[in-house]
Design a protein around this ligand. Structure first.
Ligand SMILES: NC(=O)c1ccc[n+]([C@@H]2O[C@H](COP(=O)([O-])OP(=O)(O)OC[C@H]3O[C@@H](n4cnc5c(N)ncnc54)[C@H](OP(=O)(O)O)[C@@H]3O)[C@@H](O)[C@H]2O)c1
Length: 325
């Protein structure tokens, strides 16, 4: 099937500058952790990526271990890049990461140079590209000297294997250390990727303000708490899925909270998913929000969150009081 991208793809999306850098990210970026593996339907993966690009999403977020089996998301995205998106590499930002378990033995996870260098080469091969736009240390390694991890990020930029580097899931204290080391090496930390949602506000405890002060971009993940903050479970959790969903924090107790938030969303004439995304972007502090989607209609619904991104003080107070109750 030949794909011709929508000629108007850049008209509706908002592009935000990443901290003090020269780069801009779409306000909504596509995350390919779930639903983009070898065990998923290829045609659906392809359609979601193409529709995302049509809607102005230029940034696709991956990691070495994404997909089932791990690595298959990068392979699938690479295949779509070589087919449907052939000729559009310069309009697209590809992100990958390393830090979590990827292969057996002592060199298959965390933050050593040995692991990161091998992982980067594997990712480039799976994606079929010469460089990625951003490479992240996926998590802080308490055992490897931080200098070693940061030096390896710096190396990737000097080798031309990554244009920019960032960190993900680092707490405030280790973020400060990483930022200082990278600054000394002459490769600035472009961006931090932490989790953030109405139900998970840990970055408001200092990290968000620090990153803004330093001119570092912030791209947050899981605005919908993996589906909890969407319409999917508002009618109740199917009993055959209850145990699996409880493992990822989707319980009847939390769905009751989602129902209350949905009443606010309905008054705003938004779906709950749209309000969850708009809330993350509400005050311009977050550069981009990463969203996952299992269907084309979900990505359409999510991008439409930008049509109503403003919250009145009353709405914000109402949301806060629901969350505090
Ligand atoms: N750096 C890190 O450590 C890290 C960790 C986690 C995630 N991430 C990044 O963040 C991305 C997003 O995370 P995520 O997928 O876990 O969480 P999410 O974006 O909060 O949730 C996505 C899920 O919500 C459901 N959904 C999405 N839009 C919907 C809509 N409009 N209506 C109804 N349901 C909707 C879908 O679930 P169904 O399956 O029910 O359809 C979808 O898979 C990942 O792909 C990854 O790129 C990064």
């Amino acid at each position: 099937m030949h794909y011709f991208p929508n000629k108007n793809r850049y008209l509706e999306m908002k592009y935000n500058r990443v901290g003090k850098s020269g780069l801009k990210l779409p306000a909504i970026s596509a995350g390919l952790w779930q639903h983009f593996g070898e065990t998923d339907v290829y045609a659906t993966c392809r359609d979601i990526i193409c529709r995302s690009f049509d809607l102005g999403i230029t940034h696709f977020d991956l990691a070495n271990n994404y997909g089932n089996p791990p690595g298959s998301s990068e392979e699938i995205f690479g295949k779509i890049l070589r087919t449907q998106l052939q000729g559009y590499r310069d309009e697209i930002l590809i992100t990958t990461k390393a830090g979590y378990d990827m292969w057996e033995g002592p060199y298959g996870e965390w933050g050593s140079k040995k692991y990161l260098v091998a992982s980067m080469d594997q990712s480039l091969k799976r994606l079929g590209v010469e460089y990625v736009d951003m490479f992240y240390s996926h998590r802080f390694d308490p055992e490897t000297p931080l200098e070693e991890t940061m030096r390896t990020l710096d190396l990737f930029v000097r080798q031309g294997k990554a244009l920019y580097v960032g960190i993900s899931n680092y707490d405030l204290e280790n973020t400060k250390k990483a930022v200082t080391i990278l600054k000394e090496l002459g490769t600035p930390c472009l961006i931090h990727q932490p989790s953030y949602s109405m139900l998970n506000r840990w970055i408001e405890g200092g990290l968000l303000e620090y990153l803004r002060k330093e001119g570092i971009g912030i791209i947050t993940f899981q605005p919908m708490q993996r589906g909890l903050l969407t319409d999917t479970y508002l009618e109740g959790i199917p009993s055959d899925k209850a145990a699996t969903l409880a493992e990822i924090g989707i319980t009847e107790e939390r769905v009751a909270l989602a129902r209350k938030l949905n009443e606010v969303a309905k008054k705003r004439k938004q779906t709950l998913a749209q309000m969850a995304i708009a809330w993350v972007l509400r005050d311009g502090k977050v550069t981009s929000v990463l969203v996952g989607a299992s269907t084309v209609s979900q990505i359409e619904d999510n991008v439409a969150a930008l049509n109503n991104g403003t919250f009145s003080p009353e709405e914000l107070t109402q949301i806060d009081s629901i969350l505090k109750a």
